[in-house]
Design a protein around this ligand. Structure first.
Ligand code: UDX
Length: 425
C-alpha cells in the first residue's frame, strides 16, 4: 500500500532511502537545504557515486513518486505518514555525536506534523535520542537504523538482512516497519534504546573485527605466516564467517570511526570503561603508523624528499568518499614528513592540499621511489607493471590491500609487499 513519506537530508543515506522507498511503491518527498542540489536532483542528476541510485531517482521522478524540495517544512503535507530524518550527525570534539542538525529539523517541522505522523531516525544517533527527541515534538519517534554500505547502498536497501525499528510507541514502530513489507525481510520491533544500540553494536563489532584482523596481519608479517591463508582458515568457521576479514591500511569512512568514538563516549557517560573498543580505535591508528614504517623502510629510513606514488585515496573502492579515509591520512602524514606525493584515484579529481592529484595511474608512479596501493580499485590489478617498473625510480610496491597478484610485479623486476604476506621480489 502506498504511503506518504518525507525524507530530510539527501546524503547517500537520505537519497538511497527516498529513491528506494519510491521504487517499492511509496510516494516520497525529499528535502535538502541546498537549493542547487535540489534543482540538480529534480533534473535527475546525482552527485554521489552509488551504483543504481541515479537510475532509481530518475525512475521515481518519471513515475511521479519522488519529489525534491528545498527545506524540511516544504516536505511535510497534511497526509505525510512518516518523516525520515537522514541529516548528518558528525563527531563532536569529544567523540560524541553532534545532534544539532536533527534537532534543528525537528524545531522547524514540529508544528507542521499531522496527527499520527511518525518521525523515524535513520541518522545514527546515541542511545536515548528517541526519548530525548520525543520531548521536543508531539509525535512518536521511531529509531530505524540503516545498515547501508557506501558503494552498495541501493542493493543493501532493497535486499536487507533485517529491518530494525524501535519506539516506546509500538504501533508507530509497526507502521514504520510496515513500509518495508515489499522487501520481505525479518523485521524486529524493539524498544527505542535497543534499536539505537543495534546500530552501534553492529558497526563497532565490525570495527573490532577489522582491528583484530589488521593486528593478525602485522603478526603474520613478523612470524612469516600468510594472512590470506590464515583468514581463509578462520572463515570456514561459521561463528567467524568469511566477510570483513581483509586487512588494509585501517578502517575508515563516514560511519565506523564516528560510531566507534561515539560508543566509547556513550559508555563513559554512564560510567563504563570500554577498553576493548578503545583498543580497536588505537589499533587502527597503529595500522596507519605501520604503513608509514613500511614506507620509511622502503625509502632507506627517510621519507623527506622522497617521491611517493599513491594508487587510491577513497576510503574504499566503489565510492568517491574521502571522509576519514585512511589513504588520505597516510598521504597527509607522508606530506608532513616531507615526501613529494602524487596520487591517482579513478573516482577523485580536483585539488587536495599538499598532494598532486593526477588522472592517470602511470603519471602517479612516475619517478616514485615507492608506490603504495591504498584503495582496492580492481583496475589497479591489471596495470602494465613492466611500464610501471620503467617509470618508477625505485622498486617497492606496497600493497596495503593485498589486491595485486605479486607474480607480474616480480617478473617486471619490482618488489611486492602485501600486508601480512610473504614479500616477493
Ligand atoms: C559501514 C557498515 O558496513 C554499514 O553497515 C553501515 O550502515 C555504514 O558503515 P561503510 O562505511 O560504507 O559501511 O563501509 P564498509 O564496507 O563497512 O567498510 C568500512 C571500512 O572497513 C572501510 O575503510 C573498508 O576499506 C574497511 N574494510 C572493510 C577492510 O579494511 N577490510 C574488510 O574486509 C572490510
Amino acid at each position: 500500500m502506498q504511503r506518504k513519506i518525507a525524507v530530510v537530508g539527501t546524503g547517500y543515506v537520505g537519497l538511497t532511502t527516498g529513491a528506494c522507498l519510491a521504487a517499492i511503491g511509496h510516494h516520497v518527498v525529499c528535502a535538502d537545504i541546498d537549493a542547487g542540489k535540489v534543482s540538480r536532483l529534480r533534473a535527475g542528476q546525482v552527485d554521489i557515486l552509488e551504483p543504481g541510485l541515479a537510475e532509481l531517482v530518475r525512475r521515481g521522478l518519471d513515475a511521479g513518486r519522488l519529489e525534491f524540495v528545498v527545506g524540511a517544512p516544504a516536505a511535510i503535507h497534511t497526509d505525510t505518514e512518516v518523516l525520515f530524518l537522514c541529516v548528518p550527525t558528525p563527531m563532536g570534539a569529544d567523540g560524541s555525536a553532534d545532534l544539532r542538525a536533527v534537532e534543528s529539523v525537528l524545531r522547524e517541522v514540529g508544528d507542521l506534523l499531522p496527527e499520527d505522523c511518525a518521525v523515524a531516525t535513520k541518522s545514527t544517533v546515541p542511545v536515548g535520542t528517541a526519548d530525548r527527541l520525543s520531548r521536543m515534538v508531539n509525535a512518536p519517534i521511531v529509531a530505524n537504523p540503516e545498515f547501508l554500505r557506501e558503494g552498495s547502498a541501493v542493493d543493501d536497501f532493497l535486499h536487507p538482512d533485517r529491518i530494525v525499528v524501535g519506539s516506546s510507541d509500538r504501533p508507530a514502530a509497526r507502521r514504520v516497519g510496515a513500509l518495508y513489507e515489499p522487501l520481505q525481510a525479518p523485521t524486529l520491533i524493539l524498544d527505542a534504546a535497543s534499536a539505537e544500540m543495534v546500530k552501534y553494536a553492529a558497526n563497532c563489532f565490525l570495527a573490532v573485527k577489522l582491528s583484530y584482523v589488521n593486528a593478525i596481519a602485522q603478526l603474520c608479517d613478523r612470524v612469516g605466516a600468510d594472512v590470506v591463508a590464515v583468514t581463509e582458515g578462520m572463515g570456514y568457521d561459521p561463528r567467524i564467517g568469511r566477510s570483513f576479514l581483509k586487512p588494509g591500511p585501517g578502517w575508515g569512512g563516514s560511519c565506523l570511526p564516528k560510531d566507534a568514538n561515539a560508543l566509547v563516549h556513550v559508555a563513559e557517560s554512564v560510567g563504563l570503561e570500554f577498553p576493548l573498543l578503545r583498543s580497536a580505535i588505537e589499533q587502527n591508528a597503529r595500522q596507519q603508523a605501520d604503513v608509514l614504517d613500511r614506507v620509511r623502510q622502503a625509502c632507506d629510513g627517510t621519507i623527506r624528499g622522497a617521491r611517493i606514488g599513491l594508487l587510491g585515496l577513497a576510503f574504499k573502492a566503489g565510492t568517491n568518499d574521502l571522509r576519514d579515509s585512511p589513504a588520505v591520512r597516510i598521504a597527509d602524514a607522508l606530506v608532513a614528513e616531507g615526501a613529494e606525493v602524487t596520487a591517482h584515484d579513478p573516482a577523485i579529481s580536483g585539488e587536495l592540499s599538499g598532494i598532486r592529484l593526477v588522472d592517470d595511474p602511470y603519471e602517479a608512479v612516475k619517478g616514485a621511489v615507492v608506490v603504495i596501493v591504498l584503495t582496492e580499485w580492481p583496475e589497479f590489478r591489471t596495470l602494465d607493471w613492466t611500464r610501471v617498473a620503467e617509470l618508477m625510480d625505485g622498486f617497492t610496491v606496497l600493497d596495503t590491500r593485498n589486491l595485486l597478484d605479486g607474480d607480474p610485479l616480480t617478473r617486471a623486476g619490482l618488489t611486492w609487499r602485501g600486508m601480512g604476506r610473504p614479500v616477493t621480489s
